[in-house]
Ligand binder design. Structure first.
Ligand code: CA
Length: 423
């Protein structure tokens, strides 16, 4: 059920930011300082204002002044859920009168979303990207190795991943420049250094680690450690990737940028949408076994808009397609003793569905460039072109309300003339 608010815009059935959600962001007015905020309808709640007015739990005192949510994330669900309960009490219809009946304080604490800019909601401490979507792994494997060897022999036993670059993670809205790199075509003997011709997106979810760990953690402990989720686009240069990935996996192909949505949707908001993982083809080893529903039913969409052109939805998928849950990914990450830090970001891997129109990358949608995707407004795409804006969207559908993530968007900027030219 939707929790009705006296902030009327929060009560829209498809608005994405009802009181049930309360996702965490960082905003600023033009040239102003960065401030921790929470989305509610078409407004944001400035958390430092509520804290200064003494309206938040004492345990959270002073945690909202840094312009990033890391201090709250480090404290985990326990503290956030206290703050969340207080926000619900303050903003629900017929709730606590402190804010609702104080016009001056209300005007200070609530700012229209249209009047602010959004920034990175947290400092990404480290970044790992997994490969936990079975349809994506099968599709890519079929293209590269043939249908008999689509899944590597390890794939059904553990979530495959690689260590990425926290420094490359950017918030929605930032342009992403087409990278240069070493490219090698089928008929070339030697690589050339040139702008990527096969620049692509990947539809993923990102999980954010709350309290840190030191040593192996169980799947259940990992589930408790995760603080919340964002949408994540792992921009990928397929031609750079094809040449460099043997034998150590992706490197420069994935290091240009990774875009995340501006709002951290917390586990409490997503709790009603837990669901089971897809059926297990082989039993998992005991340390990775399922311990209850740890996937989420989140509808996902990908839209592409050419520069100055209309937007087309080119894919529709769902986060429940992940073969390994975020908790299983995190548990596997710690098996060798690897310590996890608060503010670690774990990309899920591309979340493709079984159907052609549910594929989560252009590599799959165009089947390696062989079948261009038609854009109804005119034109086709095999890979991204300069000026294209790629937007990921996602929501969990509740009874009369939606839990939204906000857009995860980025525009492809043309490659530099020569990245090594010095003035
Ligand atoms: Ca990826």
């Amino acid at each position: 059920m939707m929790i009705a608010s006296w902030v009327e815009s929060a009560n829209l059935a498809e608005g994405g930011f009802p009181l049930n959600n309360l996702p965490l962001g960082v905003c600023s007015a033009k040239d102003g300082p960065r401030r921790c905020c929470v989305a509610l309808g078409d407004q944001v709640i400035l958390m430092d204002v509520l804290d200064s007015a003494g309206l938040l739990p004492d345990a959270a005192k002073g945690l909202f002044t840094a312009g990033t949510w890391n201090a709250v994330i480090a404290r985990g669900d326990g503290l956030w859920n206290q703050v969340r309960e207080r926000l619900i009490a303050l903003f629900r219809t017929e709730g606590l009168p402190d804010l609702r009946e104080d016009t001056r304080l209300r005007a200070e604490a609530l700012v229209p979303m249209a009047d602010i800019a959004l920034h990175m909601p947290f400092d990404v401490v480290e970044y790992t990207d997994f490969y936990a979507g079975r349809h994506h792994a099968s599709n890519v494997g079929t293209m590269f190795r043939g249908p008999e060897n689509a899944l590597p022999p390890n794939w059904l036993h553990m979530p495959i991943g690689y260590n990425g670059r926290a420094s490359s993670v950017v918030v929605s809205g930032r342009g992403v420049r087409r990278p240069w790199g070493q490219l090698k075509g089928k008929d070339q003997d030697a690589p050339i250094f040139a702008p990527s011709r096969r620049f692509d997106f990947e539809l993923e979810m990102g999980a954010i680690v709350g309290p840190p760990s030191d040593g192996p953690v169980t799947v259940a402990e990992a589930d408790d450690m995760i603080f919340g989720y964002v949408l994540l686009n792992d921009w990928s240069a397929r031609d750079i990737q094809a040449w460099e990935y043997v034998p150590l996996g992706p490197f420069q192909a994935k290091a240009t940028a990774t875009t995340i949505s501006p709002w951290i949707v917390t586990k409490a908001a997503l709790e009603p949408f837990r669901c089971d993982a897809p059926a297990r083809e082989l039993p998992l080893l005991p340390h990775l076994r399922d311990v209850g529903p740890a996937n989420y039913d989140i509808a996902l969409e990908v839209a592409l808009a050419p520069e100055g052109g209309a937007e087309t939805t080119i894919s529709r998928s769902n986060a429940r397609e992940l073969y390994y849950s975020p908790a299983q990914q995190l548990a596997h990450h710690t098996t060798c003793g690897c310590p996890m830090r608060s503010g670690d970001l774990l990309g899920s891997g591309t979340i493709s569905g079984a159907e052609r129109d549910s594929r989560g990358s252009l590599l799959e949608l165009s089947w390696g460039g062989e079948t261009p995707v038609e854009l109804p407004g005119g034109g086709t795409r095999t890979f991204l072109e300069d000026g294209d804006t790629l937007t990921l969207r996602g929501y969990a559908q509740g009874d009369g309300y939606r839990i939204g993530f906000g857009d995860c968007a980025g525009q492809v900027l043309p490659a530099l003339d020569d990245p090594y030219k010095r003035n």
